[in-house]
Every structure is written in structure tokens, then in C-alpha cells.
Design a protein around this ligand. Structure first.
Ligand SMILES: NC(=O)c1ccc[n+]([C@@H]2O[C@H](COP(=O)([O-])OP(=O)(O)OC[C@H]3O[C@@H](n4cnc5c(N)ncnc54)[C@H](OP(=O)(O)O)[C@@H]3O)[C@@H](O)[C@H]2O)c1
Length: 225
């Protein structure tokens, strides 16, 4: 998003040092700001954002919720507190941030679009990802209802990637036993983060002004099978 040179970004992370380093590596770092907050406590994250917006005077036009946690384990091994923690980061923090953004913009003069990063895992069954998939299914449902509730001023969509090379997927992508499986399941090969940038740009711009409540699968063809 920074590469387009058209955006003033508020970058979010929970590690201030790493966040500052990301901002410095962006095109036009002086145009971007940093908001540091953890998302494990969604209500506190919402309050932190409200404080940040109040003290900075910044207004938000587009919101992308990307943070997420995933673990692969059969449901019989799932610790209930871990399940709750996964829902807090993946789903409840998105709802809390949307609420904080709406509270900061009661007349809906600024906010134009919301994009929640879900997953192709919400669409199909896989072993070991029931909890993660459930959080992403909840995000999809959140998108559909928010799209109705916030129209016509604010559009709300979901991005559903399949496997993309990031720290989250590194172990799977680097596992020699997975290479044949991935080659069979991905007609266009596995993804890179750059493969998601264009669609993110589009869904958070006027190019998609007639698009709301949509689930955008960007998956190298994974969900064809
Ligand atoms: N990679 C894939 O194959 C893939 C596929 C489909 C969907 N997705 C989705 O894409 C999104 C981005 O994932 P990724 O692949 O970039 O994973 P990642 O490399 O593990 O990054 C996850 C991000 O979420 C942040 N985060 C996690 N817990 C947090 C917390 N309690 N408070 C604040 N921030 C927290 C992490 O912050 P720290 O850096 O501070 O840990 C990190 O920036 C997620 O929603 C994921 O579910 C990924």
C-alpha cells in the first residue's frame, strides 16, 4: 500500500521497535504513523485506538484487519483458553476496532471501507484447523452483516488467501513432505504477500465502489479442488 505512493498509512503492530522499522522501510516513511497495541484484549485494543485517534486528530478512510494467529491441532487437544484467545485476536479485535472507528466517525464522514483478512480455510474442511477455520468463518459472517449495517457509506469485504509465504506458513512450505501435496493442490503455485497487494489496494479504493459483503478468494486456484 505504501508503494502506491498515494496512501498515508497508520501501521499497526504490538512491537514498537519492529513497527518503527517497518515504517522506515516504507515508501515515504514520513507520511505514515504507528499505532502500537496488542490485540489479545479486544476491548483494550479498541480503547487504545480511540485514544490514538483522539490524541493524533487522524481520521481513518480504510481499515484492513490482517493480524491473526493459527495453530494446527486436532480439536481433542484444543485447550479452551487457547480457543478463546484465538477468537479474541482473529475475530473480536476486528469487531472492537470497527466499533472504535465508528465511534470516532459518528457521522460516517471519513470511513469508506473495511477489509478483513479471512482465509480460504473458512470455505473447506481440513484436518487440524477447526478452531482457526471457525474464526475465519466468523469473520466472513461479520463481513456480510456489517456490509448491510454500514451501507451505503462504508463498504465491508473479506480477503480469503490460501497459503502465502509468511512466518505463519513457513513450516508447512518448507516441509519436504508437503512439496508434492502443494504442487498438486495449487494450480498457480503457492502465494507471496505481493500476490495480495493488488487486490487489497483495489478493495480499499474507489475502484471497488460497488463491491460490498464479498468474500474475495485469492488462492492460486486452491479452492477449485
Ligand atoms: N500465511 C498464510 O498462508 C495465510 C493464509 C490465509 C490467511 N492468512 C491470514 O493472513 C493474516 C496475516 O497472517 P500472516 O500469514 O502474515 O501471519 P504471521 O506472519 O504469523 O503474522 C501474523 C500477524 O498477526 C500479529 N498478531 C498476532 N497476534 C497478535 C496479538 N495478540 N496482538 C497484535 N498482533 C498480533 C503478528 O504480530 P507480531 O509480529 O507482533 O507477532 C503478525 O503481525 C492472518 O489473519 C492469517 O490468518 C494467512
Amino acid at each position: 500500500l505504501a508503494l502506491s505512493g498515494k496512501r498515508d498509512l497508520i501501521l499497526h503492530g504490538r512491537d514498537a521497535t519492529r513497527l518503527a522499522s517497518v515504517r522506515r522501510r516504507c515508501q515515504h516513511p514520513e507520511r505514515h504513523r504507528e499505532w502500537t497495541a496488542g490485540l489479545a484484549d479486544p476491548a483494550a485494543a479498541g480503547e487504545s485506538l480511540s485514544d490514538f485517534l483522539r490524541s493524533s486528530g487522524l481520521r481513518v478512510a480504510h481499515f484492513v484487519h490482517c493480524a491473526g494467529v493459527a495453530s494446527v491441532e486436532p480439536i481433542r487437544h484444543a485447550d479452551p483458553s487457547h480457543v478463546a484467545a484465538t477468537f479474541k485476536v482473529n475475530v473480536l479485535s476486528a469487531a472492537a476496532i470497527v466499533k472504535a472507528l465508528l465511534d470516532a466517525d459518528p457521522l460516517r464522514e471519513s470511513l469508506r471501507s473495511i477489509l478483513l483478512v479471512s482465509s480460504a480455510a473458512s470455505l473447506r474442511g481440513e484436518n487440524g484447523v477447526a478452531v482457526y477455520s471457525a474464526t475465519k468463518g466468523a469473520l466472513d459472517a461479520l463481513v456480510r452483516s456489517l456490509a448491510v449495517e454500514l451501507a451505503p457509506q462504508i463498504r465491508v469485504n473479506a480477503l480469503l488467501p490460501a497459503i502465502v509465504r509468511t512466518p505463519m506458513s513457513q513450516a508447512t512450505l518448507d516441509n519436504p513432505a508437503m512439496q508434492d501435496v502443494l504442487a498438486r493442490k495449487y494450480p498457480l503455485g503457492t502465494g507471496e504477500t505481493a500476490d495480495l497487494a493488488g487486490v487489497t489496494e483495489m478493495l480499499t479504493s474507489e475502484s471497488s465502489r460497488w463491491t460490498t459483503g464479498s468474500l474475495w478468494t485469492v488462492d492460486g486456484g486452491r479452492t477449485l479442488f
